[in-house]
Design a protein around this ligand. Structure first.
Ligand SMILES: Cc1ncc(COP(=O)(O)O)c(C=O)c1O
Length: 361
C-alpha cells in the first residue's frame, strides 16, 4: 500500500499476473476472471452475467443455501428467506431439496438421480409459466446446510438438465475453494463437472477483502454487451499483490496437501469418537471442510447439545459454530494451516466434553 494503490482504471502488471496465476488453477475452459471485493459481490456479478447471457431471471437454488448479503444474493438464499425474519422464496427463485443423504428426503448411496429430478421438476415449473431458467447455483459441499456432501452424480445430472434447458451452472466456491477440500483445489472438481461460472472469495485474500468471478469465454462474451464492467477496488494493485501472495503461500507451503492429510487424520479421529459416542450420528466432509451431526437414537436432531458443545469448546479457546437445517451440525473448517497437533487437541477437547453429564444424558 505504501508503494502504489490506484483504482482499476489504471493498468498495473499485478492484475495481469494475478489473473494468469489464478486462472492456471482452473480447467482451461474457465478462462476469464473479473475481480470484485466480496463473495456477495461475486455472486451478484455472476447473476448479472446469467441474466445477460440467457435473457432469463429465474434461478434454481438449494434449500438452506447461503450466497451473500446483497438483494440478488438474499433472493437466492433459502438460509435467509426461509428462516427467522424471512418471507419465503421470491417469485423468480425456485428451491430444490437439500441433497442430504444422511437425514434428507432420500438417504444412503445412489440418491444423486433422486435429488436431481427435483431440479428438472423446477425447470418444468418455470417453463410452464412461459419463462425459462437463467441459472442453477450450488456449493460443492453445502456449508450452511450443515456441511452436506452432494451425492455422487448429482451435479453431473443437474448440470446436464440445466444446460439442456438453456441455463447456466454456477458453482459457489466462496467457502470450499482454494485447496480446502484437500484432494482438489476446487470443490466442483470433486464432482467431475465444469461449471459455466465459479465465484470465489473468503480465503482468497487471507483476510483482505477480495473475491472473483471466473467464467468461460462464451459467458464473458455474452456479458460484454457494451455496457462495460467497472469496479473501483476489485483487482486493484494491492489486492492483486495480496491475491498472488496467497496463491504462492498455498503452493509453497503445500497447504492443499495439508488439508488432505490433516483432514483425513481428523476425520478418522472423529469416526473413532463416533464409535464411543453414538450421539455423533454422522461425520462428513472433505479435507478441512468437515462436519459432525448430533442426533438421538432415532436420528432426531439435538440442537441444544450441539449448542452446548460449541459453547463448552469456547472455554478451551476453540471456536466452532453450529449450522444445518436443525442447528445440530458442528462445522469444522479450521485455518488451512491446521496441524496434526491442533487436530489432536481438538479431538481431545471434544472427547472431554462428550463425556460430560449434559452430553451423556
Ligand atoms: C457460500 C457463500 N457464498 C457467498 C458468501 C458471501 O460472501 P461475503 O460475506 O464475502 O459477501 C458467503 C459468506 O458467508 C458464503 O458462505
Amino acid at each position: 500500500m505504501g508503494i502504489l494503490n490506484t483504482n482499476t482504471r489504471y493498468l498495473n502488471e499485478n492484475i495481469n499476473e494475478y489473473a494468469k496465476e489464478l486462472l492456471s488453477t482452473f480447467p482451461d475452459k474457465l478462462s476469464v476472471v473479473h475481480f470484485v471485493n466480496s463473495g456477495s459481490e461475486a455472486n451478484e456479478l455472476a447473476i448479472r452475467m446469467i441474466k445477460a447471457n440467457t435473457g432469463q431471471k429465474d434461478m434454481i437454488a438449494i434449500e438452506i443455501g447461503y450466497h451473500g448479503n446483497s438483494n440478488e444474493c438474499i433472493d437466492i438464499s433459502s438460509y435467509k428467506f426461509d428462516s427467522k425474519g424471512g418471507t419465503g422464496a421470491p417469485a423468480y427463485t425456485h428451491i430444490v431439496p437439500l441433497p442430504d443423504t444422511y437425514r434428507g428426503l432420500y438417504t444412503g448411496e445412489n440418491t444423486g438421480a433422486d435429488y436431481a429430478k427435483h431440479v428438472q421438476e423446477q425447470i418444468d415449473n418455470i417453463q410452464a409459466k412461459g419463462r425459462n431458467i437463467g441459472g442453477f447455483i450450488c456449493e460443492s459441499i453445502v456449508s450452511c446446510g450443515g456441511q452436506v456432501e452432494l451425492p455422487k452424480d448429482y451435479l453431473k445430472i443437474v448440470y446436464e438438465a440445466v444446460r439442456q434447458a438453456g441455463g447456466l451452472c454456477l458453482s459457489d466456491e466462496v467457502q470450499v475453494g482454494f485447496g480446502r477440500v484437500g484432494s482438489h483445489f476446487w470443490g466442483f472438481q470433486l464432482h467431475d463437472v465444469i461449471p459455466d461460472i465459479v465465484t470465489v472469495g473468503k480465503p482468497i485474500g487471507n483476510g483482505h477483502p477480495l473475491a472473483a468471478v471466473i467464467c468461460t469465454q462464451e459467458v464473458a462474451n455474452g456479458f460484454a454487451n457494451g455496457m462495460e464492467y467497472f469496479n473501483t477496488f476489485g483487482g486493484n494493485p494491492v489486492s492483486s499483490a495480496i491475491g498472488r501472495e496467497v496463491l504462492r503461500v498455498i503452493k509453497d507451503e503445500n497447504l492443499q496437501e495439508n488439508a488432505l492429510t490433516i483432514g483425513n487424520y481428523l476425520k478418522e479421529g472423529l469416526r473413532k469418537l463416533q464409535q464411543d459416542f453414538p450421539i455423533i450420528g454422522d461425520v462428513r466432509g472433505q479435507g478441512l471442510f468437515l462436519g459432525i451431526e448430533l442426533v438421538d437414537e432415532n436420528k432426531k436432531p439435538l440442537p441444544e447439545k450441539a449448542s452446548y458443545l460449541a459453547n463448552r469448546m469456547k472455554d478451551f479457546a476453540i471456536l466452532m459454530s453450529v449450522d444445518g437445517k436443525d442447528n445440530n451440525v458442528l462445522k469444522i473448517k479450521p485455518p488451512i494451516v491446521f496441524s496434526q497437533e491442533n487436530a489432536d487437541e481438538l479431538l481431545s477437547r471434544l472427547q472431554t466434553i462428550f463425556n460430560e453429564d449434559y452430553m451423556t444424558h
